[in-house]
Design a protein around this ligand. Sequence first.
Ligand SMILES: Nc1ncnc2c1ncn2[C@@H]1O[C@H](COP(=O)(O)OP(=O)(O)O)[C@@H](O)[C@H]1O
Ligand SMILES: CC(=O)N[C@@H](CCC(=O)OP(=O)(O)O)C(=O)O
Length: 259
Amino acid sequence: MNKTNTLVIKVGGALLQQPQAMANLMAALKSMIAAGQHVVLVHGGGCLVDEQLLANGKQTVKLNGLRVTPEDQIDIVVGALAGTSNKLLQGAAIKAGVTAVGMSLTDGQSVSAKIKAKELGLVGEVVPGNPAYLQFMLSQGWLPICSSIAIDEHGNRLNVNADQAAAAIAQLLDATLVLLSDVPGVLDASRSLIPFLNQQQISQLVSDGVIEKGMKVKVEAALDVAQQSGIAVNIASWKDTQALIGFANGVSLGTQIQP
Ligand SMILES: Nc1ncnc2c1ncn2[C@@H]1O[C@H](COP(=O)(O)OP(=O)(O)O)[C@@H](O)[C@H]1O
Ligand SMILES: CC(=O)N[C@@H](CCC(=O)OP(=O)(O)O)C(=O)O
């Protein structure tokens, strides 16, 4: 664990379709917060975005794991991520007895954002900004629940990949980062869990096509944080909440991405 005793936990969107798993996660977070652990929850919601785009007759295009976000899709994306996904998680937190604050990336200038690349449309890249807003909430023992929607200096709403969003928040708070997904961690070509990965092994697995799509974005965000902070980043499943509690007490978890 890091020196600030802060854990940034990112959950992928598939969790939001499983109420029992959300309840289990919130119960685990409640016990961690009661034990004095500071926790920030950053969330995705890619599958809810998919559903809403489909319901509105829109096509989804992804480039290197990132959703191309044209202007005529941004209302739907913001609604699905900063609205439905954020409030589903806040509801689960409140039901579990956790004091939770729903927020998005640019609240209190926590991060600053700009358009990542013209061909991606309204997709943002973010860098750490001012930690004061998050630090205040953590000092109260509250759980900030942060969506991956940002706003740039021109007022444009931007869609940020949630793993990259969590990486920026972890850097902002000098925190330990855990990325929880619907798989036990990074899997090898025969679908076995890889316990440790360094930069060289990651490059090899990416060029072999074993790590691809959303996992490629995730592993690269994890490596970036690990190398900048010197603290390993773990990729694991949100299904095993006991393992998460164990991790807060020093037990290994999923795949460890090493600096
Ligand atoms: N080597 C790999 N190990 C595990 N999952 C992988 C790998 N390569 C690709 N994936 C895919 O990446 C997915 C996780 O990324 P993503 O869908 O973006 O998750 P999340 O929504 O949790 O961020 C897995 O469900 C799996 O389909
Ligand atoms: C630019 C970009 O790709 N944004 C993502 C944001 C949500 C996300 O990352 O959700 P998961 O963590 O559930 O995958 C998207 O639109 O799907």
